[in-house]
Write a protein of this length. Structure first.
Length: 289
């Protein structure tokens, strides 16, 4: 018997099936659009990563360095530093002038201070230099003295507690410590999650990492704002001089914002912008899936 003939297809049935999600193979136009979207997403993630990396480095540098507040005073009164510097000056004079020690003023009259989250330091410096230049690493002399500054940036008494110059605002020590530690932890954790999100294009990691970066920027913004309020409203003179202020009430004192403060302020918009970019990249990837 003859094999049955296949029915002839009509003209409309010979047209290719329209390209939609139920089609087994990917549409050529969809592949092109997907490639363009991935390229744009990759460029945006690269820009956000560079900006965020610079901002996080600024936060870490501001946290680790001790130059939030720079100050200089003409009061003196630190017995141990002055005694040691006097001794070193006397040794130098003896070595250069064959035992002849002059009785003239051998010490600079300016005491320079710099402090941050970890340390509060002071040393004798050159009065002819501005305080910002005098506290450079190359200008700092060998006899330099530091104490722990964990109460940053609130006043803390040098010595036993209770102290005549002790400030009641020191009870906020835990608050300040928690604030800056949380900000650094949020920025580092957000950066780690975003590094993990790039190879897997995970929208969840992108969004969570972006939110953590925005939280870190907001915490540092609050920290910088409170530091400005403290410096402008609190008696910085009493904080710097402590009990020495009673012996020289008319001593000249200068206080300035330091490099750590400026670095932290510069990192806030960078980290905030990076967090926003990563968050919207995550939302964009989520919509396309």
């Amino acid at each position: 018997p003859a094999a049955p003939k296949c029915p002839r297809l009509s003209a409309p049935s010979q047209r290719p099936a329209p390209c939609h999600r139920r089609t087994p193979g990917p549409c050529p136009t969809a592949v092109v659009d997907s490639g363009r979207i991935r390229m744009k997403t990759g460029v945006a993630a690269l820009v956000a990563g560079i900006v965020g990396g610079i901002g996080v480095l600024c936060f870490l540098a501001a946290f680790a360095t001790d130059y939030w507040l720079l100050a200089s005073d003409e009061c003196g009164g630190y017995g141990e530093p002055e005694a040691m510097v006097n001794a070193s000056m006397e040794v130098q004079a003896n070595s250069t002038e064959a035992g002849l020690v002059t009785a003239g003023p051998a010490l600079p009259v300016v005491t320079l201070h710099h402090e941050g989250f970890f340390w509060k330091c002071w040393f004798k410096g050159d009065p002819s230099l501005h305080v910002i230049l005098a506290v450079l690493f190359t200008n700092q002399p060998a006899p330099k003295f530091c104490i722990h500054g964990y109460l940053f940036p609130l006043p803390v008494a040098v010595g036993p507690v209770p102290h005549p110059t002790y400030d009641a605002t020191a009870v906020f020590r835990g608050f300040w410590t928690m604030l800056i530690v949380l900000a650094v932890a949020a920025s580092v954790t957000g950066g780690f999650l975003l590094v993990c999100a790039v190879p897997f294009t995970s929208h969840k990691l992108y969004k969570v990492g972006g939110v953590l970066l925005m939280i870190a920027a907001c915490l540092f913004l609050a920290l910088v704002g409170l530091f400005v309020l403290w410096k402008e409203l609190v008696d910085v003179r009493k904080y710097i001089l402590q009990e020495r202020g009673e012996t020289c009430p008319d001593a000249h004192l200068e206080a300035h914002y330091g490099w750590s403060f400026m670095v932290a302020a510069a990192g806030i918009p960078l980290v905030l912008l990076s967090g926003l970019l990563f968050y919207f990249i995550g939302r964009h990837i989520q919509k396309r899936k």
